[in-house]
Ligand binder design. Structure first.
Ligand code: HEM
Ligand SMILES: *[C@@H]1O[C@H](CO)[C@@H](O)[C@H](O)[C@H]1NC(C)=O
Ligand SMILES: *[C@@H]1O[C@H](CO)[C@@H](O)[C@H](O)[C@H]1NC(C)=O
Ligand SMILES: *[C@@H]1O[C@H](CO)[C@@H](O)[C@H](O)[C@H]1NC(C)=O
Ligand SMILES: *[C@@H]1O[C@H](CO)[C@@H](O)[C@H](O)[C@H]1NC(C)=O
Length: 485
């Protein structure tokens, strides 16, 4: 059944563009030199090969094979369109840097409907520029140091306090990142309201993963309904806060910054904007947390070294009778930063970005025709032995200053780059580091079941990473943790 509708979807939605492509290609593209490659079957192209590769633990052969035959920039045909696939860091960089000059982002309509048209991800032009820099400055390191870190630390400790026995790490990580996001965007602490919001919001997120067959999917329809509910609830918050701020009250959160901004945004614009920030920051960070733990569990030497680093920090804090992690604690976790980078490099939560050529673009001796899709694959570059020695193993030591495992920093773009560089890049690092600190100092754990990584439709573990946790002895118990919340 699923397969049937899958083909049907591809057939119906792709027919027009493919017919156009099949018949017009010889005249339209005769004179340009396309990157080499194969377009696969008519209509569906190489989509099925890509999907079946990404549904396994090792999707690399799909790319490796084509890079071997055609070089790092090749032509393929994905999700109904001819696509230029780049596994080359210079090309990726060129694509990112030329945002809105030569390339622009483009999302399918089903994704735009869920995100809302006023979200940062869909904005263009000067409004995008202003809103991007507002978001950037909201998440910059001095704001994190002076305001956000306290909440990150407190909310992570609060969540860990309730862990016992068997837990699904992915679910727990999601709770943490959701509560953090709601706190930072709108200053809400966990309460019945936020818990309900999270339920609806999870339905919205599910909608994003029905990529190939949105129109036929009840998951997608449910997601659209849930989006409406989330938007209503956020709308109420925005209206209340607008009244408050007209009466002189101002909170130092994202919503406060949006209301006080010079752009005089409507309620609808603000709601779309907030919702997209929730989406962008939540699934990515919680998956990264989960995978960091998975990789560490599978690399005991790295886990031991990480533990040592954090036990030292903890001992130092105990001596000076400090409880909360401070900015200088975060800044004294050199090995943790190696673990964070290595997790981002190997996990590739965002495996790359799609763009559309706004004009014929010449690159590396080839032409990408106007209107074509390009995919800048971060994953292919991050797992390329040329840039990272023994690239397909998790080796945090490669990031140490004295390491011989040469790394090309320019080739490392887990957060993208150019005008759409992820505004949450520092915050994500901080969240991950603080999470690891409390995890390794308070708990030991073992996997409860074998769990596998898959990469389609998104990067995640199949079983939400179930583990058994055991609390280490002399940690604070729940009694004092509730006093400071
Ligand atoms: C490990 C965690 C994260 C990863 C790997 C990640 C990755 C990325 C990447 C690759 C992009 C570029 C997309 C593109 O060029 O089309 C991006 C954009 C974005 N990210 Fe993140 N991100 C993470 C966490 C966060 C967090 C915590 C936030 C919340 C503040 C956030 C908010 C955004 C937003 C709003 C954009 C859109 C920027 C724009 O289009 O101008 N991300 N992210
Ligand atoms: C961070 O952003 C604030 C404004 O929100 C600004 O005053 C500050 O200079 C910025 N800090 C850095 C390090 O960019
Ligand atoms: C981690 O990667 C970032 C680039 O995203 C780099 O600036 C930083 O130096 C790296 N950290 C370590 C410890 O190598
Ligand atoms: C790099 O230095 C650290 C100490 O800072 C040491 O533990 C590690 O063994 C060194 N690695 C290499 C490859 O020399
Ligand atoms: C931890 O607790 C167990 C029993 O609850 C005890 O036997 C053990 O000595 C304790 N270890 C430490 C380091 O306190």
């Amino acid at each position: 059944m699923a397969f049937f509708s899958f083909f049907f979807f591809l057939f119906s939605s792709v027919l027009a563009s493919s017919l156009f492509f099949l018949f017009l290609r010889p005249t339209r593209f005769r004179r340009v030199r396309l990157p080499p490659g194969t377009l696969g079957l008519p209509l569906i192209g190489e989509t099925l090969q890509l999907i079946s590769a990404y549904k396994t633990e090792n999707p690399e052969p799909f790319i490796d094979e084509r890079v071997r035959r055609f070089g790092p920039v090749f032509t393929t045909h994905l999700f109904g369109e001819p696509t230029v696939f780049s596994a080359d860091w210079e090309t990726n960089r060129f694509i990112l840097q030329n945002e809105e000059k030569l390339f622009e982002c483009s999302y399918p309509g089903s994704i735009s409907n869920l995100l809302g048209k006023h979200s940062l991800l869909l904005m263009k032009g000067s409004l995008h520029k202003r809103m991007h820099s507002l978001t950037m400055s909201f998440g910059n390191s001095s704001i994190i140091r002076d305001h956000l870190l306290v909440d990150v630390d407190r909310l992570i400790r609060l969540n860990l306090d309730s862990w016992t026995g068997r837990i699904f790490l992915m679910e727990e990580a999601k709770k943490i990142t959701f509560e953090l996001a709601v706190k930072q965007l709108m200053s809400f602490d966990r309460c019945e309201w936020t818990q309900n919001l999270m339920k609806e919001y999870l339905l919205v997120i599910e909608g994003f993963f029905t990529v190939p067959l949105p129109l036929f999917s009840s998951t997608y329809r449910r997601a659209i309904q849930a989006r409406r509910k989330v938007a209503e609830q956020l709308g109420t918050v925005v209206r209340d806060r607008r009244k408050e701020s007209e009466n002189g009250g101002r909170k130092k959160d994202m919503l406060g910054a949006l209301l006080a901004g010079e752009d005089a945004l409507s309620d609808e614009q603000i709601v779309d904007f907030l919702l997209a920030l929730l989406v962008a920051g939540y699934e990515t960070t919680s998956t990264t947390m989960t995978l960091a733990v998975k990789f560490l569990t599978e690399t005991p030497l790295a886990l031991a070294q990480l533990q040592e680093e954090h036990e030292q920090i903890k001992a130092r804090k105990k001596e000076s009778d400090q409880k909360h992690l401070q900015w200088n604690d975060y800044k004294s976790m050199p090995f943790t930063q190696c673990v964070v980078n290595e997790t981002l490099r190997v996990a590739n939560i965002i495996s790359g970005v799609f763009r559309r050529a706004m004009t014929d673009v010449n690159i590396k001796g080839y032409t990408i025709p106007k209107g074509w899709k390009v995919f800048a694959s971060f994953r292919a570059v991050h797992l390329d032995h040329e840039h990272f020695k023994d690239a397909r193993t998790f080796n945090p030591w490669r990031w140490q200053k004295n390491s011989s495992g040469a790394t090309t920093l320019n080739a490392f773009t887990p957060f993208g780059g150019g005008p759409r560089l992820c505004p949450g890049y520092e915050l994500a690092r901080v969240e991950l580091s603080v999470f690891l600190h409390h995890l390794v100092t308070q708990f030991s754990w073992v996997p409860a079941e074998d769990d596998k990584l898959v990469f389609f439709p998104t990067t995640r573990t199949q079983k939400r990473y179930p583990i058994y946790v055991t609390r280490k002895n002399e940690t604070r118990q729940c009694k004092d943790s509730h006093l400071d919340t």
